[in-house]
Design a protein. Structure first.
Length: 172
C-alpha cells in the first residue's frame, strides 16, 4: 500500500498525504494507518520546515487523553476551516465531536493553532502556487504554439515569394 511506504523528505510528500485526506471514504477505511502517517508528517513538518526541535509532539488534554490530531484536522476541515470555526465559536462543537467536554473547546483551538494551523496555511499556499504554475505553463505552451503557427504562415508566404521569383514570375 502506498500509504505504508510513504516517507516525508519534502513538502510534496506532506501535500500528497493531505490530498489523500480529501477522500472521506479512504480516511474512514484506513484511519489507523493515516493517524500514524499524519503524526509522522506533522513531526517532520514541525522539525524540518518550522525548525522546532526542542519539544516532541505531545497533544494531551488535561485528563491525560491524547488528542488525535488527524481527527482534529478532519473535524475542523468539515466545519469549514479554522477561520470559520473561530469566528462562529464552534470550538466547543469540535471538542464535543471528538469526544471531549465542552470546556475543552479552547484547548482544541490551542492544539489546532500549535500543530495544524501553519501546516494548513503552507499546504494551501503550495497548492495555489502549483495551480498558478500549471496555468502559466499552459499559457506559455499556447503562446509558443500560436507563435509557431504564425511563423509557419510567414515562412509559407516567404517560400511562395521565393518560388515565384525563382520561376521568373513577378512577386506580389
Amino acid at each position: 500500500m502506498i500509504l505504508q511506504a510513504m516517507k516525508f523528505n519534502e513538502f510534496q510528500d506532506c501535500k500528497a498525504l493531505l490530498d489523500m485526506l480529501e477522500d472521506v471514504e479512504y480516511v474512514s477505511k484506513y484511519r489507523y494507518d493515516l493517524e500514524i502517517k499524519f503524526d509522522m508528517m506533522l513531526e517532520w513538518f514541525i522539525r524540518t520546515k518550522l525548525g522546532i526541535t526542542t519539544s516532541p509532539i505531545l497533544a494531551y488534554a488535561s485528563d491525560k487523553r491524547k488528542v488525535n490530531l488527524l481527527e482534529l484536522y478532519m473535524v475542523v476541515k468539515r466545519e469549514g476551516g479554522n477561520r470559520n470555526v473561530t469566528s462562529n465559536n464552534l470550538w466547543v462543537v469540535v471538542a464535543k465531536d471528538m469526544g471531549f467536554d465542552y470546556q475543552d473547546g479552547e484547548f482544541m483551538r490551542l492544539m489546532y493553532t500549535m500543530y495544524l494551523d501553519v501546516l494548513v496555511y503552507y499546504y494551501k499556499f503550495k497548492s495555489t502556487q502549483q495551480e498558478v504554475f500549471k496555468r502559466e505553463t499552459v499559457k506559455n505552451e499556447e503562446n509558443k504554439r500560436q507563435s509557431w503557427s504564425y511563423n509557419d504562415k510567414q515562412e509559407t508566404i516567404a517560400d511562395r515569394k521565393k518560388r515565384s521569383s525563382s520561376a521568373g514570375c513577378i512577386p506580389e
